[in-house]
Ligand binder design. Sequence first.
Ligand SMILES: [Zn+2]
Length: 267
Amino acid sequence: MFFTDIPSPAGQLRLASDGTDVTGLWLEGQKYFAAGLDPASLNAPDLPVFLETRRWLEDYFAGRRPPALPPMSPAGTIFRQSVWRRLLEIPYGQTCTYGDLAAELGSSPRAVGSAVGHNPISILIPCHRVLGSDDSLTGYAGGLEIKRFLLALEQAGLEWRKKAVILPEASSTPSSEPQEPEAPVPGKFPCPCCGYRTLPVPKEDAIALICPVCFWENDVFDPGEDQPSDENRGMTLRQGREAFRRLGAVREEFLQYVREPLPEELP
Ligand SMILES: [Zn+2]
């Protein structure tokens, strides 16, 4: 057994492999972290399957649709395997509910939920695309903030692709040439925090969006604009606005991700 730790915008990731296939991918601090990973595993950052996975993750976190998945062998019961296989069929940027999966697999939402929760290969097997029956985020072993981040990342990726013109050669052959950064896509609806029109949909319809200018989270779970909540990283809207005026982002650690507002986004 082999492992390696790699940094990512979602925090440190631990990858595990049997030498040829990915057997685990865990987010630091997640539930069931490194479950099943032999403590005597060797740290092997240059294992080919780790390099392949690293490239996949780089594309994924850059908002590009990643190439084919690396080979994977998640260990689990036949039922869990069937659930994980089904998760792989949920397209990028789309979601389904535990109830949908349960109905399809002839099982209970509870059993499906447990199988999803025990997914040993986070992100690659997209258990973050499963929502509660009312489309609520519900649980995620890596934490709701990470789940929301991954869903927002995929939404942003879809928005890019709607506007991007992809040349056939460019889409099929990965190039090592440095690429022009993609132009930011303007939003239409105002962010409740910074006031710039950065949201592609009205705030009320935004399930999991992060404002690209201030990095405020916009979602329908906001219990009250001026109440602190997990959904808004424990901040009130007023605190977020104050931090944005001071820093240019709602938190200092997000400064590296924010961008300048576009002229058409001015309030
Ligand atoms: Zn904003």
